[in-house]
Design a protein around this ligand. Structure first.
Ligand code: DGL
Length: 268
């Protein structure tokens, strides 16, 4: 048993899809969430910057004596794998649990990953998945560079023309394709899941990297006897606009008031 909090971070509100999934599985745990919206988007950044950001974000959370850290960010998870692996606090990303789930999808239909440009171009999702499938399945990666900044700016409704247009621009090349599964490889994308379904079809088999990672972290904590918690609470730190964050997080998380605290914009 370990009552210390769990740390979670992302470039912004995308990480809340990971927090929400974790809280469903581990409601009694305490959480410290860091949304680095003052430096978002992470998606277009080069790998060396993303690695420095990963270390800085984890150092920020480590000050709260967290027992484990979830990088609830596909971009960090794919770019900064060695930084996470070597970090003194157990640190986990969203890539490996998602690949486990994707590789286990039965049949031989193609598998699709949609994520930020950095994540798709790193090959950490697509090449790794092709390898896991023994190169026997078609793997398609689709970068959606507009999605995360658009979601962070508050365009999240399925009826919002900005959302509908962006979804169409990014996903037109795969509309009508029959996939074994389509992975939401950027944690922001779960927030517009309904718009993605509206465009691709209600029965497209979606998998969420956030949900896969939450399950894997729960399993790790249970296996290592590290579950616990003081009062099932959460502290939120945001390096960008607090009011914008609270206005989204409170109704989204459905767990009472959210009053984020200001975090600094860390210099690279
Ligand atoms: N939520 C992020 C991810 O999962 C980062 C998006 C961004 O900042 O570009 O990739």
């Amino acid at each position: 048993m370990d009552n210390r909090p769990i740390g979670i971070y992302d470039s912004g509100i995308g990480g809340l899809t990971g927090l929400k999934a974790l809280r469903k599985l581990l409601p009694d745990e305490d959480y410290v969430f860091f949304g680095d919206s003052g430096r978002m988007p992470y998606g277009p950044r080069p790998i060396d910057e993303l690695r420095r950001i990963a270390a800085q974000d984890m150092d920020f959370l480590a000050k709260f004596d967290v027992k484990a850290i979830l990088a609830a960010c596909g971009t960090i998870s794919s770019a900064a794998r060695p930084v996470l692996a070597e970090y003194p606090v157990p640190a986990f990303g969203v890539v490996d649990p998602a690949l486990d789930a994707m590789a286990a999808v039965p049949g031989d239909k193609p598998l699709c990953v949609i994520a930020t440009a950095a994540s798709i171009h790193s090959g950490e999702f697509t090449d790794a998945l092709a390898k896991r499938c023994g190169y026997s399945r078609e793997i398609i990666g689709v970068p959606c560079p507009e999605f995360a900044p658009m979601i962070e700016a508050g365009h999240i409704r399925r009826s919002d023309p900005v959302v509908m247009d962006a979804v169409q621009r990014a996903l037109a090349p795969i509309r009508g394709r029959d996939f074994g599964a389509l992975l939401l490889g950027c944690t922001h994308y779960g927030i517009i899941e309904d718009a993605i379904r509206d465009y691709l079809g209600a029965d497209v088999p979606l998998l969420s990297a956030s949900e896969c990672a939450a399950t894997a972290l729960r399993d790790y904590l249970v296996q290592h006897d590290l579950t616990g918690g003081e009062n099932g609470g959460a502290r939120f730190f945001v390096s960008g606009d607090l009011r914008q964050f609270d206005a989204f997080a409170e109704p989204y998380l459905e767990r009472g008031p959210v009053h984020a605290e200001q975090a600094p914009i860390m210099e690279l």
